[in-house]
Design a protein around this ligand. Structure first.
Ligand SMILES: *[C@@H]1O[C@H](CO)[C@@H](O)[C@H](O)[C@H]1NC(C)=O
Ligand SMILES: *[C@@H]1O[C@H](CO)[C@@H](O)[C@H](O)[C@H]1NC(C)=O
Ligand SMILES: *[C@@H]1O[C@H](CO)[C@@H](O)[C@H](O)[C@H]1NC(C)=O
Ligand SMILES: *[C@@H]1O[C@H](CO)[C@@H](O)[C@H](O)[C@H]1NC(C)=O
Ligand SMILES: *[C@@H]1O[C@H](CO)[C@@H](O)[C@H](O)[C@H]1NC(C)=O
Ligand SMILES: *[C@@H]1O[C@H](CO)[C@@H](O)[C@H](O)[C@H]1NC(C)=O
Ligand SMILES: *[C@@H]1O[C@H](CO)[C@@H](O)[C@H](O)[C@H]1NC(C)=O
Ligand SMILES: *[C@@H]1O[C@H](CO)[C@@H](O)[C@H](O)[C@H]1NC(C)=O
Length: 805
């Protein structure tokens, strides 16, 4: 008897300890079908997929209506399971999944690639689930080729099931065929989206109440972990939802991550609603109330016209002891022309700090001349109730399309992208189905124009890369040419060096992936390991091209590539580690001892030499394109080294969910104005950006991000105004005041001014810049020697600044 009790207690402990580590929700229906496969297989995320060759879920179909096929080429961004095998249908084909009553996630996986004997561009088909039309005359090929192109497509739907069966029907369009690579069916808590706690959802700006019940099917348009990172399906609360980051770079916008905070779920926001990390990360506007008041924190989502959309916003005040009471942070929420909340106070809505809450809205995006439109969400601080802070916060966004009265979610195919021809010029821009996020966007109305222009420019570039990728996709990866001196590391070396990609070793993050600090066994020095994200859409060919190029660039003022690793589809680059970090860090971080003027000049000269080498260097003409203080690194001897040149730095632009505009964000103040007009990058664009760096070196002061001081005209415009109005002494770093020889300052200001000339041709070359900076250094050294000779030197210091300009 005692043994039995002990055993029961043991079981209980075992069970409770198990449940504490398991997810908040365990689906009772969970089917993974790897279509076109005969045996069970495990995907990279550890999930087991059943083959569908046994017709367990499709027994009623004639055997001749479908066959299994294997893709001829595995793109670097797809995993073998479930993408490499497909089931091809010539005729109507039904999968019948026996499931419980209630709403179900249905995820369809498509890999539109070459299958033997089939032309994927001719595949058009419809998919329905029970009585809902999910896709109509759908072309996976066309959808996948919307810029930025993606190798695979995942469609997620929520289908209400009322009679214990989920039928998924594939119907090829006339003279066509249908295909699917994987099907996933997962149940969910009945109340999570449909018939949820608040009862019904109000249609914005009306009194009409939307009931999301067993008569509505949903399609997921986006699910974002705002201010945070991508969360893969296995990190969800048990429903295998994927949460994407909303833009890895934020500028003037604060990303918050509070790992230590305890998230307290409630009855109205149960633990399965969203993973804790969604509530621990957020985006807010920034510390400067005046700036916050002058802009909207905005996100844009391209959606199909003519549907209602269900928008769920997740909130949580997660900074302990900061915002804890009502009326501390209150803001207005605008959704697509409507005021969704006049005064959103997260603490009032949730009940306290660390308590998550979500708000649901339904909005109509009416029919219009274009088949897609931007659904946008904008947050703006309100001062009506005189809150303590002028700021706004958001933690997560989910947007679903609602089925229309015909039970359909289908939208027209995007327009066909042109077949690659000689001409790359394309007039019409078909909107990406990817999420475009613009965070902390417009201060100026004109920025909208700029962004359009930029998306056009980048779109051209993406297309170019895409063509390169498409044409190279089917070729075997080209090996490095003979004689390239670049070390190959095994994945084991890299895993050892980075402690299995330990987050604690991350020294940089970006759309391209993470950069880790590491120590490779057998090597004396530390290294920086850049692990390119498989989603960075950098093809293997581009990877090799880059290695080949970078390994030939050896120069004291450039960060050198040491080696690479390409085992197991990884794309990893190994660089010299720069012990003293970025120039930016030393300019703005109070913890660092400020540099003297001479040190600053030496750093500028080093960086200018590095750029000059790229522009006129041995291998080939290289335009850096992203010169900024974060890309100028300092080694242990304080030698400046230019980093982040080559192809991989384009990574962020090509990342699936990363908006084109994030590229602009990071470098906005540095961008050559002529580049906007002529859509052409030249070496002189780098010269312009370098001019901005020079101004920062002169004017930056710790803890004050001068780029925030006057966002209206940008750093360059602002500083230039000071240079032109001869008020430069007012803006230089107070630490430097009185320590710069007037002649040296005059030359330096002149270099910066000419670098920032509006017309590229009027700007100096990098080699001129090197010469002039050396002259400025000489002037400073001469003055300091003279000063040392004179008694005290105080008199000279006092007069210097007044003499300037
Ligand atoms: C696949 O796995 C399922 C359950 O996990 C099992 O019932 C089935 O027999 C397996 N099939 C094969 C071919 O191994
Ligand atoms: C589907 O539609 C048919 C006819 O329109 C109807 O008879 C049937 O009940 C519907 N099934 C479900 C599950 O709604
Ligand atoms: C399907 O779409 C393609 C291209 O969008 C179009 O050419 C074709 O006519 C459509 N077929 C049907 C049956 O609607
Ligand atoms: C749909 O939900 C309503 C209200 O909950 C219920 O009365 C009805 O029976 C449901 N329909 C089906 C087919 O289950
Ligand atoms: C699902 O498909 C099976 C077999 O084709 C059919 O018997 C059943 O009526 C269908 N159920 C629904 C709800 O469509
Ligand atoms: C913020 O967005 C709202 C709604 O579109 C608009 O009325 C307001 O002018 C915007 N504010 C700023 C500062 O851009
Ligand atoms: C947004 O509101 C403005 C002014 O009320 C109106 O002109 C415009 O058509 C609206 N746009 C949409 C998409 O509803
Ligand atoms: C661009 O689109 C417009 C309207 O959709 C159309 O009238 C025009 O012919 C298109 N231009 C090109 C070059 O495709």
């Amino acid at each position: 008897m005692l043994t039995l009790i002990t055993f029961t207690v043991f079981l209980f402990i075992l069970f409770s300890s198990f449940s504490s580590t398991s997810t908040p929700y365990t689906p009772n229906d969970y089917i993974l079908l790897n279509c076109g496969e005969s045996s069970n297989s495990t995907s990279d995320d550890g999930r087991i997929w059943l083959g569908d060759d046994d017709y367990k879920y499709s027994s009623s179909n004639p055997k001749t209506s479908s066959f299994a096929s294997i893709a001829s080429y595995q793109d670097f961004s797809v995993t073998r399971v479930p993408y490499m095998t497909a089931r091809i249908f010539h005729d109507k084909f039904i999968y019948s999944f026996p499931v419980s009553h209630g709403p179900k996630f249905l995820r369809l996986y498509f890999y539109p690639n070459d299958y033997p004997g089939l032309d994927i561009t001719t595949s058009f088909f419809s998919v329905s689930a029970n009585n809902y039309t999910l896709l109509h005359n759908f072309s996976a090929y066309l959808v996948s080729s919307i810029p930025p192109p993606q190798a695979f497509i995942i469609k997620e739907f929520i289908i209400p099931v009322t009679n214990k069966v989920l039928n998924v029907t594939f119907t090829p369009s006339p003279n066509s065929f249908a295909f699917v690579n994987g099907i996933e069916v997962v149940s969910m808590p009945t109340n999570i989206y449909m018939g949820h706690n608040y009862g019904s959802v109000k249609l914005l700006d009306t009194n009409y109440l939307f009931v999301l019940d067993n008569t509505t099917a949903l399609e997921t348009m986006c699910r974002l972990n705002v201010g945070g990172r991508d969360l893969s399906n296995v990190d969800d609360t048990g429903m295998f939802r994927t949460w994407n980051e909303d833009g890895p770079y934020s500028f003037g916008v604060t990303q918050i991550f509070q790992p230590e905070v305890t998230i307290t779920y409630t009855l109205s926001t149960p633990a399965y609603t969203a993973p804790e990390v969604v509530y621990k990360t957020s985006r807010s506007m920034g510390p400067n109330a005046r700036i916050n008041f002058n802009y909207n924190l905005t996100w844009f989502f391209p959606v199909d016209s003519g549907f209602y959309y269900f928008v769920r916003l997740h909130f949580c005040e997660s900074i302990p002891d900061t915002i804890t009471r009502v009326n501390e942070r209150v803001f207005t929420i605008f959704i697509y022309n409507h005021t969704a909340e006049k005064a959103m106070d997260v603490i009032a809505a949730s009940g306290g700090n660390g308590i998550p809450v979500y708000k649901d809205y339904v909005v109509l995006v009416p029919h219009s001349s274009s088949s897609t439109q931007d659904l946008w969400i904008a947050l703006h601080p309100t001062n009506e109730g005189r809150p303590m802070f002028w700021d706004a916060i958001l933690n997560g966004i989910e947007i679903f399309k609602l089925s229309n009265s015909d039970g359909s979610l289908a939208a027209p195919n995007p327009e066909a992208q042109p077949v690659p021809k000689l001409s790359m010029v394309q007039q019409n821009h078909s909107k990406s189905s990817q999420i475009k996020v613009i965070v902390g966007a417009t201060v100026l109305g004109s920025i909208v124009f700029l962004l359009l222009l930029l998306s056009f420019i980048f779109w051209q570039r993406i297309k170019q890369l895409w063509y390169n990728m498409k044409s190279s996709n089917r070729r075997k990866v080209s090996p490095l040419s003979e004689g390239i001196r670049c070390k190959h590391f095994s994945l084991v070396d890299i895993l050892n060096a980075t402690n299995n990609f330990d987050d604690a070793l991350i020294i940089g993050r970006g759309g391209f992936g993470n950069v880790y600090k590491g120590q490779i066994q057998g090597m004396q020095c530390e290294v920086a390991i850049k692990r390119l994200n498989s989603k960075s859409h950098q093809g293997e060919n581009e990877f090799w091209t880059e290695i080949e190029l970078l390994s030939q660039l050896r120069y004291i003022n450039l960060v050198s590539l040491i080696g690479y690793c390409n085992d197991s589809h990884e794309m990893i680059l190994v660089y010299d580690y720069m012990a003293n970090g970025t120039l930016r860090d030393h300019l703005y971080n109070c913890d660092n001892i400020p540099f003297s003027w001479k040190q600053r000049l030496q750093i500028c000269i080093g960086a200018a030499r590095g750029l000059n080498y790229l522009h006129s260097g041995a291998v080939k003409r290289i335009i850096h394109r992203d010169v900024k203080t974060t890309n100028i690194l300092l080694d242990e001897k304080w030698v400046a080294k230019v980093s982040d040149f080559g192809l991989s730095k384009m990574g962020p632009i090509f990342t699936a969910n990363v908006p084109i505009t994030t590229m602009v964000k990071g470098t906005f103040g540095y961008m050559d104005p002529e580049y906007f007009r002529r859509l052409q990058l030249t070496e002189k664009s780098d010269v312009y950006s370098f001019g901005v760096v020079l101004l920062e070196v002169l004017c930056a002061r710790p803890a004050v991000d001068i780029r925030l001081e006057d966002e209206q005209i940008g750093l360059a415009g602002w500083a230039l105004k000071c240079v032109e109005n001869e008020t430069i002494e007012q803006i230089i770093d107070p630490y430097l005041q009185g320590k710069i020889a007037p002649e040296s300052l005059r030359v330096f200001a002149e270099i910066a001014r000419t670098c920032l000339h509006e017309m590229g041709v009027e700007r100096p070359t990098m080699s001129d810049v090197v010469g002039m900076l050396e002259f400025a250094l000489e002037l400073q050294e001469t003055a300091e020697t003279k000063e040392a000779v004179e008694v005290g030197g105080d008199t000279i210091q006092a007069q210097t600044i007044n003499d300037v300009v």
